[in-house]
Ligand binder design. Structure first.
Ligand code: GTP
Ligand code: MG
Length: 418
């Protein structure tokens, strides 16, 4: 560990829930993702957290001792705390208390690159801060400086602070709407055709971006610029990337890579990221990438499914893609129904995954050749304007068109099938 890491202690109350240890070790990874080094950890079994201070009295004292011993100034708590719990715990321990929500928000903030992601994260951060600011030692005071707003008659410092934040949230939301609209227009442009839309979703670090890049490598229109960022770190991807894939057999589809999930992802963050996940909402096929080498992979599937539900993505045809099988003793690549056990680093695996994708998209999409007579010019222009044309040839009897169409379009055009 380098010296830029800030030393912290993690803390959590267990209600003896089976995933407690898992969420604690995930908390450590989140700390590391936020340049924090976990030097010790304190846990307590309680039926219910202590309302005022989260931990019981004895544990609070133990925490203070542990911090002094290790020369640590920050404790990171495994749950989201109420504003007064944070305040009480800070007063009693003289430590800075960061809860899981704030930690995740900080990681997202450090990763945000695009204007959209930056706005999404800042809105979520301010919404989190709003009920938590208090007149004394409010960190937002220093950040925002004096501000230009004049204080209204009788308005307390606290009310003023809150008003400034609320106004800022409103302004940022407006900006985000404009950015979203722009992105939506681009995405609509892409969708004037009927190409199948495939979205990669899943837990953070499962290998979504690596899988995307491996699929792009099989694309005949692949170039280095189309590659997405992949790295062994939490939340490497915050923005959705959409690419056009054309396979050597001329199968075409749109492929998107999306933000990863983690357990207890803050609700307002999920809400902010709804538009980023719009590609997954429009998808004809979802590929849920799972890190099969993670002993807790089932939990990551559950979290992904409940997060998708929260943003309204339900009942989609889904491939469960168990990645990183190379790190397990299991045989790969193998397919069982709509499940694939594979490794994104293995070419044969990717070929099998492509087979499964094709099988799924061809349930709803057809790639066929149609012959439209010259006296049906209106149909030909409709096709050229709206559908995905793979090839076009003028022959004696009319226009020969190889198309990718969904089932509805296919039925409409079935008279012209050759
Ligand atoms: N051994 C092994 N490593 C893999 C495999 N697939 C991905 N990885 C590694 O896992 C790490 C995370 O991969 P990413 O593709 O960035 O994961 P992601 O799902 O996009 O993660 P976020 O964008 O952070 O949500 C990288 O270091 C990859 O090299 C695999 O099949 N086997
Ligand atoms: Mg990624």
């Amino acid at each position: 560990m380098t010296e830029e890491y800030t030393k912290v202690i993690t803390g959590g109350v267990s209600h003896l829930q089976e995933d407690f240890d898992y969420t604690m070790s995930e908390l450590t990874s989140l700390c590391e993702a936020n340049n924090m080094q976990v030097v010790d950890s304190l846990t307590q079994n309680l039926d219910k957290i202590v309302t005022a201070t989260y931990f019981g009295k004895g544990k609070v004292e133990e925490l203070e001792h542990l911090a002094t011993e290790n020369d640590v100034k920050i404790v990171v708590i495994n749950d989201e705390l109420s504003p007064s719990q944070i305040r009480n715990l800070e007063e009693k321990t003289k430590l800075t208390v960061i809860d899981r929500t704030e930690l995740i928000l900080q990681v997202f903030a450090s990763r945000a690159q695009s204007k959209q992601a930056k706005l999404q994260v800042e809105i979520a951060q301010l919404q989190y801060a709003l009920p938590r600011i208090h007149p004394s030692g409010n960190p937002l005071d220093q950040q925002r400086g004096g501000g230009t707003t004049t204080r209204g008659a009788g308005e307390t410092k606290l009310e003023l602070d809150r008003r400034v934040i609320r106004n800022r949230i409103t302004a940022l939301k407006k900006q985000l709407e404009d950015v979203d609209k722009n992105i939506e227009t681009q995405s609509k442009k892409r969708k004037t055709n009927t190409l199948p839309n495939v979205a990669l979703v899943g837990y953070t670090n499962a290998g979504k971006s690596t899988t995307m890049n491996a699929l792009l490598e099989k694309s005949v229109n692949d170039n280095e610029d189309s590659k997405v960022f992949e790295k062994d770190m939490l939340f490497a991807t915050l923005d959705t990337s959409v690419r056009n894939v054309t396979l050597s057999d001329n199968t075409k589809f749109l492929l998107s890579d999306t933000v990863g999930f983690v357990s207890k992802l803050p609700h307002n963050l999920v809400d902010s990221f709804k538009t980023t996940l719009a590609e997954a909402k429009d998808a004809d096929l979802i590929i849920q990438v799972v890190d099969y080498s993670d002993p807790n992979f089932q939990k990551t599937i559950d979290v992904t499914e409940s997060t998708l539900k929260e943003v309204g993505i339900v009942n989609k045809p889904t491939i469960l893609a168990f990645n990183k099988t190379d790190l397990t003793a299991a045989e790969y690549p193998t397919i069982e129904g709509n499940n694939i056990y594979y490794s994104a680093l293995d070419g044969q695996s990717i070929d099998m995954l492509i087979g499964l994708i094709k099988e799924n998209i061809y349930k709803n999409f057809h790639q066929e050749t149609f012959l439209i007579p010259y006296n049906k010019g209106d149909i030909t222009s409709y096709i050229l304007d709206n559908l995905e044309v793979v090839s076009k040839e003028y022959v004696d009897e009319g226009t020969k068109l190889e198309l990718i169409v969904n089932s509805t379009e296919y039925d409409k055009l079935s008279d012209y099938l050759i």
